[in-house]
Design a binder for this molecule. Structure first.
Ligand SMILES: Cc1cc2nc3c(=O)[nH]c(=O)nc-3n(C[C@H](O)[C@H](O)[C@H](O)COP(=O)(O)O)c2cc1C
Ligand code: SF4
Length: 388
């Protein structure tokens, strides 16, 4: 099978991607001191460069040291800039035409105990620190700084993380009933993204730079994104449709469509064998977003669970206009060379959806594919010995 659409070029904002394969952001939790990418981090992105993915989204990079979900997570800082330049160089040396985006984030209430757990509203956040109006404004400035530093490091763009239950998603959801300028009405809940994007756009130096965002269309929690009220849990996408249009107005070149909160509703974000058919909801979400954004790029998520059928489904999604790009998360861990192998007909190492990589991640050790990479297999074995 040749998959002509998957291997065809397509615009991503001001740039053109060589093909429609997107390696989704995947935390490897292997940064070093100060949240800098380590030699292991660089090696992971070298492998993806060899794989020929049209777009690679570098995993969650925290905008401050105090907003980390993983103990070895990446942090964007002026002190780490040279290390991010090395990461870009390592990738571009192998695949100069590849588009490398940095996902910038604040983990909010999902920050780890080694960091600073914060929340925008106290409900369900335990002892997390309730952010003041001014503290939220400072986080806005942190996002702007991280975007500008990403540009300086040589990234082709940023992926503004508004998904998966982290700060950006907490801000948007109806359950955010703060009474200050950051909560309550839809206008207040979207003020953060509007103000941050306006500032980023006004301060970016001239030249092509992709601006995009990843959203969870439906978080599957009470009052979450994709519901109609703070006490509602049934899916209602009216507000998310307005959000998608607002993102376009704010200057986003693409929307990466995801769902769920991995820490609370993981099967929604990444379907596993028993929840395999949830991929159909992802198709529905990306089709809806594409209908709203005919003139912007849309990336679909959660294709990994389809295994050998994933490429054919991706091809069909492109043909039917459900998405412009097909995103793979776990499959990019299982086989970083996936697009190249598909093209050449070499056998692919398909993700078995065993959740081993997730287990490593939640145990706060280096994570990667435990099925096809001995380093991570040993890591999992050691966890087993410790009974974790
Ligand atoms: C180990 C692991 C790390 C992840 N890290 C990130 C991340 O940094 N940012 C993000 O937006 N999603 C992250 N995700 C979610 C994936 O990008 C993707 O949305 C999810 O795995 C579903 O896609 P798939 O079915 O192709 O794997 C992660 C998932 C896993 C399993
Ligand atoms: S560890 Fe399991 S779930 Fe993770 S990428 Fe490998 S095969 Fe897939």
């Amino acid at each position: 099978m040749s998959f002509p659409l998957l291997f065809s070029p397509h615009a991503l904002g001001p740039l053109e991607s060589a093909n429609r394969f997107v390696s989704q952001a995947m935390e490897g939790n292997d940064g070093v001191e100060g949240g800098r990418p380590s030699p292991r981090t660089l090696e992971r992105y070298r492998k993806l460069a060899r794989g020929g993915w049209g777009v690679v989204v570098v995993e969650a990079i925290s905008v401050t040291p105090g907003s980390l979900a993983r103990v070895n997570g990446l942090i964007m800082s002026p002190a780490g800039l040279d290390h991010y330049k090395k990461l870009v160089d390592a990738y571009k040396e192998i695949f100069p035409q590849g588009i490398l985006l940095f996902q910038i984030t604040h983990s909010g209430r999902h920050s780890g105990p080694f960091s600073r757990r914060t929340c925008l509203y106290p409900d369900g956040a335990g002892d997390a620190h309730l952010l003041s109006t001014d503290e939220v404004a400072r986080i806005r400035d942190d996002f702007v700084r991280a975007a500008l530093l990403s540009r300086e490091a040589g990234a082709d763009g940023i992926d503004f993380k508004l998904c998966h239950g982290y700060f950006g998603a907490e801000m948007l959801r109806p359950a955010n009933i703060r009474e200050d300028r950051w909560g309550g009405s839809f206008e207040n809940r979207t003020r953060f993204i509007r103000e941050t994007m306006a500032e980023i756009r006004s301060r970016l130096p001239a030249g092509p730079f992709v601006l995009g965002s990843r959203i969870s269309m439906y978080e599957a929690i009470r009052g979450g994104c994709g519901t109609a009220a703070p006490d509602e849990q049934v899916e209602d996408l009216r507000e998310m449709k307005d959000l998608v249009l607002l993102l376009r107005e704010a200057g986003m070149d693409y929307v990466n469509v995801s769902a769920g909160i991995p820490a609370i509703t993981p099967e929604v974000t990444r379907p596993t064998r028993p929840s395999r058919n949830f991929y159909l909801h992802h198709l529905r979400y990306s089709r809806l977003v594409k209908e709203l954004l005919p003139d912007r790029a849309v990336i679909g998520s959660a294709y990994t669970i389809m295994k050998e059928e994933a490429a054919a489904q991706g091809e069909e999604s492109l043909a039917r206009g459900y998405a412009d790009f097909i995103g793979f998360g776990r499959q990019s861990f299982a086989d970083p060379l996936f697009p190249r192998k598909l093209r050449s007909g070499e056998p692919v190492d398909y993700c078995t959806a065993c959740s081993g990589c997730t287990r490593l991640m939640v145990n706060q050790v280096h994570d990667g594919c435990v099925v096809y990479d001995g380093y991570y297999r040993d890591m999992l074995r050691n966890l087993g010995k410790k009974g974790a």
